[in-house]
Design a protein around this ligand. Structure first.
Ligand SMILES: Cc1ncc(COP(=O)(O)O)c(C=O)c1O
Length: 392
């Protein structure tokens, strides 16, 4: 009983601080979903291109389950390496223009697996302060020294790299698109910095893949440094509308990761239905239809930014579908979100530890399938509630 009391006290503390989280059940991945019997506008899904419900993905998934079954049956090193996994890796490597690719079970598994495989005791990981939690967890798991540099501050990183020398491996790791702010990493400068200090560079492009660059190849492609990044990680669960993740990298690093990335070695591989959906998604984002969807997404992003600015919010000017509305404290943020839901708009509040204390926010994510009138209505409601709560 004592143990349950400890847990209860922890939950009570979370509630008092406005940090308690609970689940909301929805019928799909947007832009309109059913929630508690009502139709609501979803403004916080990472299904940017709307591929999660695309007929081609659904058919590919169903066909693969019909032909190959529901599971891969084992880790790929045991007996679970299927032709579909290889086809997907060949397609990803071709898309990204990399020597090879390796598929992981999720972005979380890729980051923890890759980082902890590359770095260990005696090594140093240089990580942007606003990197995703899975990068931090990978760094903690690795046992390497973790040096966090101020957000996107390459001068500070350069200084820190000079200060922290040694003979071990040195890894710089950054989000390509920062997941909670939507801004881009200065990859050109990071490439130079990595070269100057003879370090490996890893970019987590969970939010750039499928969205930015030619054929949606991602942030490094957009910024013209795709060939200079040692490890480009991306996910299938966001713009690609499926599930899982990949790294695009060299043959040497792929061989090493197959041997040493524990989330790859010790976990059953992705099932056929998921792998086939991802393969179809990559083909789709590379096609003319993918191009059209990206254009629609960019248009919707600038429309919504403009509409929010008309409501007097300060909105950063970045080319991504992630649009943060700064609120500050978690209790007001969650009240904002609650009032929006009363008006049939689902827009989650984001609080610590996902973002630093004092920067709780509404993180809007735009989809290519949002209609202009839906975005107009959402901006008007957000403006009205923002004024009710004194946020704007
Ligand atoms: C920047 C970033 N990296 C990694 C992940 C983890 O990816 P996944 O959801 O596939 O585990 C996410 C998603 O939450 C993310 O936003």
């Amino acid at each position: 009983m004592q143990q349950h009391a400890i847990i209860q006290r922890r939950i009570d503390e979370l509630r008092e601080q406005g940090l308690f989280r609970s689940l909301k059940t929805v019928s799909g991945s947007g832009p309109l979903v059913e929630l508690a019997g009502r139709q609501v506008l979803l403004l916080c899904s990472n299904n940017y291109l709307g591929l999660a419900e695309h007929p081609r993905l659904k058919q590919a998934s169903a066909r693969a389950a019909g032909s190959f079954g529901a599971s891969s049956g084992a880790s790929r090193l045991v007996s679970g390496s299927m032709l579909l996994h290889e086809e997907l890796e060949t397609e990803v490597a071709d898309w990204k223009g990399s020597e090879t690719a390796l598929v992981f079970n999720s972005g979380y598994a890729a980051n923890t697996g890759v980082i902890a495989a590359l770095a260990g005791r005696g090594d140093i990981i240089f990580s942007d302060r606003l990197n995703h939690a899975s990068i931090i967890d990978g760094a903690l798991l690795s046992g390497a020294r973790l040096v966090r540099y101020p957000h996107n501050d390459v001068l500070a990183l350069d200084r820190l790299m000079t200060e922290h020398g040694g003979n071990g491996l040195r890894l710089i790791v950054t989000d390509g698109v920062f997941s909670m702010d939507g801004d881009l990493a200065p990859l050109g400068k990071l490439v130079d910095c990595a070269r100057r200090h003879d370090a490996l560079l890893m970019v987590d492009d969970a939010h750039g893949g499928g969205v930015l660059g030619e054929q949606g190849r991602g942030t490094a492609d957009l910024l013209g440094v795709a060939g200079d990044v040692d490890i480009r990680m991306g996910t299938f669960g966001k713009a690609l509308g499926s599930f899982g993740a990949y790294v695009a990298t060299s043959r040497l690093l792929r061989d090493y990761l197959i041997n040493r990335a524990r989330s790859f070695v010790f976990s059953t591989s992705l099932p056929p239905a998921v792998t086939a959906a991802s393969l179809e998604a990559v083909r789709l984002v590379r096609s003319a239809e993918g191009e059209q969807l990206r254009a629609g997404l960019a248009e919707n992003g600038s429309l919504f930014r403009g509409l929010l600015r008309e409501q007097r919010f300060v909105i950063p000017d970045v080319p991504t579908p992630i649009i943060p509305i700064q609120v500050g404290d978690p209790l007001t943020t969650m009240e904002f979100s609650r009032r929006l839901l009363e008006r049939d708009i689902l827009l989650q509040g984001i609080r610590p530890p996902t973002v630093p204390p004092g920067t709780s926010r509404l993180r809007c994510t735009i989809m290519a399938l949002h209609k202009p009138e839906q975005l107009q209505r959402a901006a008007t409601e957000i403006g009205a509630i923002g004024r009710e709560l004194g946020v704007v």
